[in-house]
Design a protein around this ligand. Structure first.
Ligand code: DAH
Length: 367
């Protein structure tokens, strides 16, 4: 690092060499200055009133010069001073980028770069499927109903004709809100285990005839595996009018399955049991993997079970009889399907947990 040295002689040659040495150091240091902060240090090192290099030059060269040479040395030092000022100033321009070339360089725009993409959100495959199912029924003129996820035992079980000791009411299967032992059973709150309670809620609010689909989230006390998850979604359907028959139910669901999965899809109804329908049926559709001959996914049957349905049990109408639902005058059908099951069938998803993992690599395939 350069330091100002005392002059042994004050001859023109001695001064020349000292000045050359100083300017070389100045130029070299100026080259290194690449930031505003570095420039400040550089400026202070050379120009600080107290002990800057110029001040030292003043002390060691000018003041030390013997009388006869003072004039000559004074001129040299003045020239040096303006040279230093000039170079320090130029270094600042370069460091702060205020020089035109530096500015241009800094503000350079590469117009061939791709633009900034803002990733768009998309519907989750479960919600997307739920909307698709709902849309099929909207096209048939159905309304949409909704109900609470925290439900009472009355709507979730009692009004749907579940007997008081039905196994679904067990805490093993249903998530109950804690600390309600002092309440009568029908008032106890739980996380609804299906969307069927909204059937009764909807009939309380709307006189017949009705056609309604009810999408929503439901909860069960299940251990997760490839086909079970404690939270899932259902779309419930309910049609009540005079003279609704099982034929209407079959035709409606067969149409809905073809609309959802394609016109090659066949449906098959076979006997089942639900407390709130009589008779009850389960509906299977052509296996989406093998298309019928039988494979591992359909357990060699060629069919995949997709939903439950049936004719509304007259005992359910009894609970809303005073709202115009006299079981002697009206009849209806109901159905309920698991949205995740439909999504898994539609997209060939083998594990329900993928739908709840939030893994974007999985989800973006459906965007
Ligand atoms: N609630 C039933 C379940 O969660 C599904 C169901 C079956 C709904 C038959 C219905 C029905 O409306 O008629 O398993």
């Amino acid at each position: 690092m350069y330091t100002v040295r005392k002059l042994e002689a004050f001859s023109a040659t001695a001064l020349d060499s000292a000045v050359r040495e100083l300017l070389a150091a100045l130029e070299a240091e100026a080259q290194q200055v690449s930031s505003e902060a570095a420039w400040k240090d550089f400026r202070d090192r050379w120009m600080a009133r107290k002990n800057g290099i110029l001040t030292q030059v003043n002390e060691l060269w000018l003041k030390a010069a013997p009388g006869p040479q003072k004039r000559e040395v004074g001129q040299r030092v003045n020239q040096l001073k303006s040279k230093v000022e000039q170079i320090v100033e130029a270094a600042q321009a370069r460091a702060s980028g205020s020089g035109t070339a530096a500015r241009l360089q800094q503000e350079r725009v590469d117009v061939t770069l791709p633009g900034i993409r803002r990733p768009l959100g998309a519907e989750h495959p479960v919600i997307k499927t739920m909307h698709e199912i709902v849309q099929v029924f909207r096209n048939l003129g159905y309304s949409i109903g909704e109900g609470p996820e925290i439900e009472s035992d009355y709507y979730n079980f009692e009004s749907l004709n579940f007997p008081p000791n039905h196994p679904a009411r067990d805490t093993q299967d249903t998530v109950f809100i804690a600390g309600q032992d002092s309440k009568p059973q029908r008032d106890r709150l739980l996380l609804r285990t299906h969307t069927s309670p909204v059937q009764v809620r909807y009939m309380e609010q709307n006189p017949p005839p009705i056609r309604v689909v009810i999408p929503g989230k439901v909860h069960r006390s299940d251990t997760p595996d490839a086909t079970h998850y404690p939270i899932f979604h259902q779309v419930e359907g309910l049609a009540v009018d005079t003279n609704i028959t099982f034929g209407d139910l079959k035709g409606t669901l067969d149409h809905a399955m073809k609309a959802l999965f394609g016109s090659a899809m066949k449906t098959r109804f076979f006997p089942s049991f639900f407390p709130f329908t009589e008779p009850s049926a389960d509906v299977a559709v052509t296996c989406f993997v093998c298309g019928g001959p039988g494979c591992r996914v359909c357990k060699m049957s060629g069919w995949i079970e997709l939903l439950g349905c049936g004719m509304v049990d007259p005992n359910v109408f009894e609970f809303v009889k005073d709202k115009g639902y006299d079981p002697k005058k009206v009849s209806g059908f109901a159905f309920g399907m698991g949205v995740e099951r439909v999504a898994m069938a539609k997209y060939g998803i083998g594990d329900i947990q993928l739908l709840f993992s939030g893994d974007v690599r999985f989800l973006e395939q459906f965007a």
